[in-house]
Design a protein around this ligand. Sequence first.
Ligand code: AGP
Length: 612
Amino acid sequence: MCGIIGYTGKEKACPILLDGLRHLEYRGYDSAGVAVENSDREDHPIEIVRVKGRLQALTEKTNDGASVEGRCGIGHTRWATHGEPTELNAHPHAAKDRRVVVVHNGIIENFQELREVLTRRGYEFHSQTDTEVVAHLLDAYYQGDALDAIARAVTRLRGTFALGILFREEPGVIYAVRKDSPMIIGRAESGNLIASDVPAILKYTRNVCYVKDLEIVRLTEDSIRFFSIDKEEIQKEFTTVQWDADAAEKGGYAHFMLKEIHEQPKAVADTIHPRLKDGRVDLSELGFEESEIASLRRIQMAACGSAYHVCVTGSYVLEKLTGIPVDVDLASEFRYREPVIEPNTLMVVVSQSGETADTLAAMRYAQQKGVPVLAIVNVVGSSIAREADKVLYTWAGPEIAVATTKAYSTQLAACYLLALYIAQIRGTMTDEAISSHVEELLSLPGKIERLLEEKERIQWLANKFSAERDIFFIGRGLDYASSMEGSLKLKEISYIHSEAYAAGELKHGTISLIEKGTLVVGVATQPQLVEKEISNMVEVRSRGACVLGITSYGNYTIEDHDDFTIYIPKTADCFYPSLVVIPLQLLAYYVSLARGLDVDKPRNLAKSVTVE
Ligand code: AGP
């Protein structure tokens, strides 16, 4: 997820581009750039300025935009997916002699294939990005008719894209086109704008138009024209935006956490789709030799906080589907227990930020012991990503709220992909089983979407329990791992004391904490364990607990043994954690909201813990 902007009008473009990008930094902030075409000069050159790092660096490099001449330009703030955050990989990207210049938000899945074709045709590539392919492809198709070049090029692209495009031979003109990535058009007094989202242009206009997939837009300082992919001109409606900039950055949601909870269907889809082909999992991007996978004797996992809960869930799924024994450690404990690591062990670390000190140290410890490390990371170019032997990126985009939600869900999906990939190579699952799991994986985004529609009821439950002193979560196996995440989410943003327990452990001591009215959330999704989990709910309820049961449709007997029930759609046993976590996140969010707390920036916490 990156932020793009474009302006063509009577004013100097660069200050407007910088201002717009400032309101898009929540979409990505690891590098930035602008391209401005100076149509007031005979040769109307296109100047490109790019930086590594926050937008502030670009603002300084362009002296707040004053040093860049021209009234027509495009800009970009990046969230790296392909190619580390560097000046060379920053956008805009240009074709030879800057005949075509583009900014892009999205992922071109077939970029490698197109890159090989274009290289054979003599095109030189300067960056590691997927985006540069688009600039050269447009250049290859451009025969003086920009609309035609765009229409032909986008039909060759697979994946998601919102593009802002300058053609050197069409001064003062910006083209835009999108598929599955957002794009809006703004009509302002002084000129016309393109942007990834409303916050970028609110200062200049509230008159916007939402571009649909494969619609092409041509903007000049005093005209906006829309075309279909068949180059037919079409009419479009403009609407007036009511939001203020802050609300707009949150996409109209009250908090980044709620926005990110609602971004999970797309984040999971973006993470799994490029790795699923013809009912099989393709993780060739990791570069494992099949022999490496075949000879694996053990998997060691380590991480912190919510990422550790992903490891606990991942360990169950990996062991079950691959038959390889999996150990899981809290990263802060791992190296100090001086673990014995046998040969043919693969170390897997999980981290949203890629900067968590304990996880980094655990990884380095394993590497010093000669153990290869696969990192599941969300931030491209982060320390863990750079130092790991192999990286499986989650494509959740930037996560702003301290309490992780969408990154967590993409990390679960990454573990499922890894387990299925290893099972495929080691032959521990039949082809039918693989393809039925792949089908279930592809259905997860839709099922998460459906669960989000139930948020009002969960808000009602949360308001009911928001004054609780203690809240417990219980479950067995994968449900215990999900309970741990539910309890952490609640603790970190509501400040209510909460614990998660392996349900079978209760009678060995903890059940003494249960008294009249104590809220116990019982998670029961695993078919072979539901009965046992329900009997644990009966145990606590008989001591006065109020039980909120979470189970899949069909397990209706639970209603005889709990006080409130949340049903989740059926799925493959090992994918239930991806569905259970949605009501648990919403419960924590609404309890925090009911207690009037700072949901996005809870006390005493940081988004990335870079100290031990
Ligand atoms: C989770 O909501 C917290 N922000 C925290 O527990 C987090 O999971 C932990 O600090 C690990 O962070 P990482 O994924 O960036 O390594």
